[in-house]
Write a protein that binds this ligand. Structure first.
Ligand SMILES: Nc1ncnc2c1ncn2[C@@H]1O[C@H](COP(=O)(O)OP(=O)(O)O)[C@@H](O)[C@H]1O
Ligand SMILES: Cc1cn([C@H]2C[C@H](O)[C@@H](COP(=O)(O)OP(=O)(O)O)O2)c(=O)[nH]c1=O
Length: 205
């Protein structure tokens, strides 16, 4: 049986990595032996290219293609084989990040960037079975990312407001797939909510 693909999305600092860290230690989740992964990927040719691109003033369209190339590599080398082996795959960010972030960076370059970027993925990507949108206000994001240290070029208030809006639109368009989580409360609480929904989903599917 094909496995299941679960993704975590949200603006920078929404707590995705923190939730993943806790899920990795959660005995009820561990019992399913999930494969944890992330986008951008780490330590790969494409992931390294993305890392360099986002640390510099790369053309936004070029950046979209780099993120998308990394997604293709991620799918081919890790996600598809794991799903074919019946695994549960949990990814910290996935295609919805491209739709939301590049949907904003390309809004003055393309007529309808969201649909254009979705089209770019059509026919070869794998649509997640379940997606968590960890939601925080952009003001909280900026505050948390400030504490975390190094600042990325995407960590700007107006920009993150736009990204959050697209995430909400994606969730509204696909309510079966998306679960919106209030990620402004204690990290333990956020992880418990996510874990509970994952377990409910796995018991149904
Ligand atoms: N629920 C939370 N409440 C307060 N601070 C949090 C919470 N979740 C994460 N943080 C802190 O916010 C920062 C960003 O969290 P992180 O998990 O790295 O976010 P992301 O992976 O979504 O960018 C980290 O310093 C982390 O310790
Ligand atoms: C996967 C992906 C990430 N990004 C952005 C989101 C982040 O600002 C940045 C790096 O991702 P990430 O390392 O996950 O950042 P964070 O831990 O702050 O959430 O790249 C895109 O713009 N497009 C994409 O397709």
């Amino acid at each position: 049986m094909r496995g299941k693909l679960i993704t975590l999305e949200g603006i920078d600092g929404s707590g995705k990595s923190t939730v993943v860290e806790k899920l990795q230690k959660d005995p009820e989740i561990k019992a399913f032996k999930p494969v944890f992964t992330r986008e951008p990927t780490r330590g790969t040719l494409t992931g390294n290219a993305v890392e360099k691109a986002i640390q510099s003033d790369t053309d936004q369209l070029a950046e979209l293609f780099l993120f998308t190339a990394d997604h293709a590599e991620h799918l081919a080398k890790l996600i598809k084989p794991a799903l074919e082996n019946g695994k549960i795959v949990i990814s910290d960010r996935y295609s919805d990040s491209r739709y939301a972030y590049q949907g904003i960076t390309l809004k003055t370059r393309l007529e309808n960037p969201l649909e254009w970027i979705k089209d770019l993925h059509r026919g070869w990507t794998v649509i997640p079975d379940l997606t968590f949108l960890l939601d925080i206000r952009p003001e909280i994001s900026i505050e948390r990312c400030g504490k975390r240290g190094e600042q990325s070029k995407f960590e700007k208030l107006e920009f993150l407001r736009g990204v959050r809006e697209i995430f909400f639109k994606l969730a509204a368009d696909d309510p079966e797939r998306f679960v919106i989580i209030d990620a402004s409360c204690f990290p333990e609480h956020v992880e418990k909510e996510v874990a509970k929904k994952i377990l409910e989903f796995l018991s149904r599917n």
